[in-house]
Ligand binder design. Structure first.
Ligand SMILES: Cc1cc2nc3c(=O)[nH]c(=O)nc-3n(C[C@H](O)[C@H](O)[C@H](O)COP(=O)(O)OP(=O)(O)OC[C@H]3O[C@@H](n4cnc5c(N)ncnc54)[C@H](O)[C@@H]3O)c2cc1C
Length: 215
């Protein structure tokens, strides 16, 4: 079962390790996705699937709590992956804009293009600082529910903006599968959806902030 932050009624559930050969468990056909083609996604079916007590993961009744902790750390990890993708897109775009000439000058010398590159670089530095800050909090074993939600939200939105600019800077070539930016543009889109959508991250952030003023 996919555990989400919407599962308010799921408190008290228990996690299990279900092994591939357990009767009643089967994997459905592979999904056809917009991006992330290097990673397979499929539905999982559990029909009268019995799992032995020794396969309980963590403490009984703590499955939801553990899943939320895993989600928080997962979100910090996702932000680090987003950061790496953004840096790669900036490197590719800067190189392309320096080499590609239009109207007798490298396109990086057209102010519209140079400003896109400057904005990409600025957002990446902000994302890098924030990512390192949250990684430091994880090392200190601090609670990161709010910060991980902010970082996941910010990193995903930055990645989508940067992938869009990278395609724009590459012009028509950015739309072709011959250049890697097209793949990053498709792969970026899921980061606003999985590990909790951008809307859900905002709910978490506000939920954490309002706790301060509640009895
Ligand atoms: C490629 C891929 C890989 C995935 N991998 C995993 C995985 O490894 N593990 C896992 O557990 N899940 C995984 N997921 C599931 C993913 O986390 C969910 O798709 C995601 O959380 C959104 O849930 P949903 O699809 O049910 O959309 P819905 O919950 O139906 O949301 C639809 C829309 O409604 C909005 N919405 C819903 N509830 C609220 C609310 N309370 N407030 C405001 N807006 C709301 C959403 O933000 C969204 O815009 C994966 C999904 C994909 C596509």
């Amino acid at each position: 079962m996919a555990v989400t932050d919407n599962d308010k009624g799921a408190k008290g559930i228990t996690s299990f390790i279900v092994e591939k050969d357990f009767p009643g468990f089967r994997v459905g056909s592979l999904e056809r996705k917009m991006g992330l083609r290097g990673s397979h996604s499929a539905e999982l079916f559990f029909e009268d699937c019995e799992v032995p007590a020794e396969n309980v993961l963590g403490d009984v009744g703590q499955g939801y709590v553990n899943a939320l902790k895993i989600l928080a750390n997962g979100r910090a990890g996702l932000a680090a992956r987003n950061l790496g993708s953004c840096q790669y897109l900036l490197d590719l775009s800067t190189k392309y804009a320096t080499e590609r000439e239009q109207f007798n000058v490298p396109i990086i010398d057209h102010q519209a293009v140079s400003h896109m590159i400057a904005e990409m670089a600025m957002e990446i530095e902000a994302l890098r600082s924030f990512t390192y800050r949250v990684a430091w909090m994880v090392d200190q074993k601090e609670k990161i529910i709010k910060e991980a939600a902010m970082l996941k939200l910010y990193g995903s939105e930055v990645y989508n903006r940067i992938a869009d600019k990278a395609v724009q800077i590459h012009g028509g070539m950015g739309y072709m599968k011959d250049y890697p930016v097209e793949r990053f543009y498709r792969d970026a889109r899921i980061t606003r959806i999985y590990e909790g959508t951008s809307e859900i991250q905002k709910n978490i952030i506000t939920g954490q902030l309002k706790r301060k003023y509640q009895n």
